[in-house]
Ligand binder design. Sequence first.
Ligand code: AQP
Length: 344
Amino acid sequence: MTIPSRVFSGVQPTGNLHLGNYLGAIQRFVALQDEHDCLYCVVDLHAITVWQEPAELRHNIREVTAAFLAAGIDPKKHIVFNQSQVAGHSELAWIFNCVARMGWLNRMTQFKEKAGKNRENASVGLFAYPNLMAADILLYRATHVPVGEDQKQHLELSRDIAQKFNNDFAASIAENGFGEMFFPLPEPLIAGPATRVMSLRDGKAKMSKSDPSDLSRINLTDDADTIAQKIRKARTDPDPLPAVSDGLEGRPEAANLAGIYAALAGTDVPGVLAEFGGSQFSDFKKALTDLAVEKLAPINAEMRRYLADPAEIDRILADGADRASVLAEETMGAVKDIIGLIRH
Ligand code: AQP
């Protein structure tokens, strides 16, 4: 039995949605929708692995949804929903808790970074987070997952879980008519010049929602003046931009700004350097500001328009959840049969 190609990805509603989330993920979600069936999910159950203020969480779920829609995701052709409205995510995550091995999760670098020194006080959910992510993807038997570079290790774990499930239950999978494998091994789609957008204050640190400095990131809610100010203050070195990519070696801030420009312009870093090689940063930053404002201002305006009507956002999420649930129930039924659980 062949498994049809399907795209799944998610974004956490943890506030401060930034340019890295947009270029590494959301912009690519939009590009994939012409060629694939896509499910784009606001992963609220992931968000609560660390404390979230209830009213803020509700707002942030709507804000990520608004960003999806404002960026150009079509909720009629594709499925846009929030994770907690489809019970299958939690249900399959539990099953994967019983498939994944402690040793696998112990190797996850993101848990180590996020738990910090006080690991004993981290939630069990934060530790098991990659199993829930595997469930998100495999609940829809998705084959392709567009993500930023930081999610590569989690994607590899999703593949390991799919593979182990397929191996452990090989006989039952065949008996139930699914051939040699039930779950596809999902492929990460990590490509383009902005798979890892760095902080504007430190070219060696990832641009991140949780960075205490707001100057480190461009938020999707920033207005034109704020974008201009943040780019003007972005850290750089004293040399002009090089003409070829080799010249970016050891210059992380220059490489970051060139990558951001390339991703916003829909070109690549060599193309940007061909145009701006030899320019001083003061000039390049002006061009980058104009481009960032040109690309982000319409998204910002559309987000505001959607957020002014939360009932409409909730309606879109409910419709998406209903359609996702149909697919999820089909998978969960098959998974229960394969495992040997009785269902009616
Ligand atoms: N800096 C980045 N560059 C490129 N892609 C990025 N992504 C995140 N940061 C960058 C991608 O955005 C998608 C959604 O991310 P998420 O919200 O689910 O979680 P995250 O990776 O934890 O986001 P942050 O901003 O880094 O949050 P904190 O500060 O909490 O760690 C994913 O595809 C991610 O790869």
